[in-house]
Design a protein around this ligand. Structure first.
Ligand SMILES: [Zn+2]
Ligand SMILES: [Zn+2]
Length: 274
């Protein structure tokens, strides 16, 4: 059995708790494996994410914690790199697309709803499908740009779209570029994470990616992980029973997890404790 979460943040970026507090909380709650994945630098946002010096210190602190907690938990030292950001390295990298560039401007898709709505109004003349096409065309390049190990929150652009408020996630205009990006990244061999982060933060009622997209991924023979993207110790493993049920409903029978010492392995859904 494994109880694991590989996408979490600490005070080295925008998380609320220190690496030690996160590791301690995970141990107390019976996690066997924890990955910490601080944000790397992104473009156009000075001050956000870890500088190279921060990253060096972060890795050092996590190495020390790994030694200290050996035998209690497997600790993995990762980074969440942005599609447009510089390539920074750790033991593993989650490739995430948080912003899109249009007409020389950078639009962050998951910061505030107002900011995103305003950006789509101005730069895509209010056409959310044109915006989605640009988003997924960029996302399709995340592996080539960053060399990441898996895809973080694939359809992050739906963060504020609960109830299809701005666009219809079932429409071909939306699905066609999304599936093209998914197919490309799946062919590169990358797993996709089911990410519960927006549920814990109250923006969504279901994880990323949407059920529709996950079913397509399953049909493509794709691989999934289950991660919380937690920014505080209380949210490690948040919503994993819902994510596991979603995986099962979409036809998946296995979950991809990190292996101590490097690389991935696959476990059956029934081996993944939530
Ligand atoms: Zn992210
Ligand atoms: Zn994250």
């Amino acid at each position: 059995m494994i109880k694991a979460d590989f996408h979490t943040h600490t005070t080295y970026c925008d998380g609320k708790h220190s690496p030690r507090e996160m590791v301690e909380a995970a141990c107390q709650r019976g996690f066997t494996d924890l990955g910490i994945s601080g944000h790397g630098l992104s473009v156009g946002e000075p001050g956000f994410g870890m500088s190279q010096a921060d990253l060096d210190q972060y890795k050092q602190e996590l190495y020390t914690l790994r030694q200290e907690y050996a035998g209690r938990i497997h600790l993995y030292i990762g980074i969440e790199v942005d599609c447009l950001g510089p390539v920074q390295e750790a033991e593993y990298a989650i490739g995430s697309t948080h912003c899109v560039e249009k007409d020389g401007e950078l639009i962050i898709v998951d910061d505030t709803e107002e900011q995103l709505r305003d950006g789509v109004e101005r730069l895509w003349k209010g056409n959310w499908y044109d915006f989605a096409r640009d988003y997924f065309q960029l996302e399709a390049t995340v592996y080539e740009r960053t060399g990441c190990d898996w895809v973080g929150h694939f359809d992050l652009l739906t963060k504020f779209n609960e109830g299809n408020r701005y666009f219809d996630e079932e429409r071909d205009e939306y699905l066609e570029p999304a599936l093209a990006a998914m197919k490309h990244l799946n062919e590169a061999g990358l797993p996709f994470e089911i990410n519960t982060g927006a549920i814990s933060r109250g923006y969504r009622t279901s994880p990323y990616p949407s059920k529709r997209l996950l079913k397509e991924l399953c049909a493509m023979g794709g691989r999934i992980m289950i991660n919380s993207d937690s920014h505080s110790r209380e949210n490690i493993g948040f919503g994993f029973s819902q994510a596991l049920k979603l995986a099962s409903d979409c036809g998946f029978t296995r979950i991809t997890v990190l292996k101590p010492g490097g690389g991935f392995r696959e476990v059956g859904l029934e081996e993944f404790r939530v």
